[in-house]
Design a protein around this ligand. Structure first.
Ligand code: G3H
Ligand code: ZN
Length: 283
């Protein structure tokens, strides 16, 4: 069933687990995410970035996700990931998204607050919760490109102010996490996460979770992370599978036979993450 992300994340917060938020761009990835959620009886967020909208078209992509959500035996939310501007937010609200991230983290603090406030007013009028981000997350995710040098971590006092002033429902934090594959072992700042947790009551979100070792993910969940974003590991499973199939069967011309094995490969990745996040059996 299609649900609001807010009920999912509040339950996660209350019961000490995290809900997986998995990025989709097409039918095969969406199939894999929902099949994994059903196999694990887990709630799940299927998230769509501005890049995914540009690639697939919002009408096609939202229908694919929502058709799946309506049929699913587990709760499914459809979420805008890293919303780049107010227009994209409004488009997603019009197409029935059940949560919205407006990423204004590259703006100065006051402008970030003002942007989120504006989105909160529009989205809350429709009962849709809003995710904000404070601090800059390194790496590249679609249009979001931040160099290592520019990276700044979330300040706990500013985090509390941003939540109070903007009225946002969830907060994405920057604690050493990065989009894309990590160069070397990631080193999350758990003292900072704890300080943020002590000052902020809304569910916290961890972006850039592909490649973070399991023990660090468990610690982050224990310290209040309730939503965990995964994109890169799914992309990797998809493309590795397609490469392997074509290498084994270079004569194959049926796209269905090339793409079908990739669904199982992506499903395996998502199922493993669901178990790691502790959300299995929570749907
Ligand atoms: O918004 C999406 C995520 O933060 C994806 O992170 O590149 O580590 O999979 P990832
Ligand atoms: Zn992200």
């Amino acid at each position: 069933m299609l649900v609001s992300s807010k009920e999912l994340l509040l339950d996660a917060q209350k019961n000490g687990y995290a809900v997986g938020a998995f990025n989709t761009n097409n039918l095969e990835i969406t199939h894999a995410i929902i099949a994994a959620a059903e196999a694990q009886r887990a709630p799940v967020l299927v998230q769509v970035s501005a890049g995914a909208i540009k690639y697939a078209g919002i009408d096609f992509l939202s229908l694919i996700v929502q058709t799946h959500a309506h049929r699913a035996r587990v709760p499914v939310a459809i979420h805008l990931d890293h919303g780049p501007d107010f227009e994209t937010v409004m488009l997603c609200l019009r197409f029935g998204f059940t949560s919205i991230m407006r990423d204004a983290s590259k703006l100065p603090f006051e402008q970030n607050v003002a942007e989120i406030r504006k989105v909160v007013e529009a989205a809350h009028a429709l009962g849709v919760p809003v995710e904000a981000e404070l601090g800059r997350i390194a790496g590249a995710e679609e249009h979001v490109v931040v160099s290592e040098r520019e990276k700044t971590m979330t300040d706990p006092d500013e985090a509390a102010q941003l939540v109070d002033l903007s009225g946002c429902d969830f907060l994405a934090v920057s604690i050493g996490n990065a989009h894309g594959f990590y160069k070397g072992e990631p080193d999350l700042d758990f003292d900072r996460l704890k300080a943020i947790r002590d000052k902020v009551s809304v569910p916290l979100v961890l972006h850039g979770a592909s490649g973070i070792p399991d023990h660090q993910i468990r610690t982050a969940v224990g310290l209040g992370i309730c939503k965990i974003n995964i994109d890169t590991e799914i992309r990797h499973a998809f493309t590795q599978s397609v490469r392997q199939t074509l290498a084994e069967k270079p004569e194959e011309i049926d796209p269905r036979k090339v793409l079908s094995p990739s669904i199982a490969a992506m499903q395996a990745v998502v199922e493993r993450k669901i178990e790691l996040f502790g959300s299995q059996g929570k749907g």
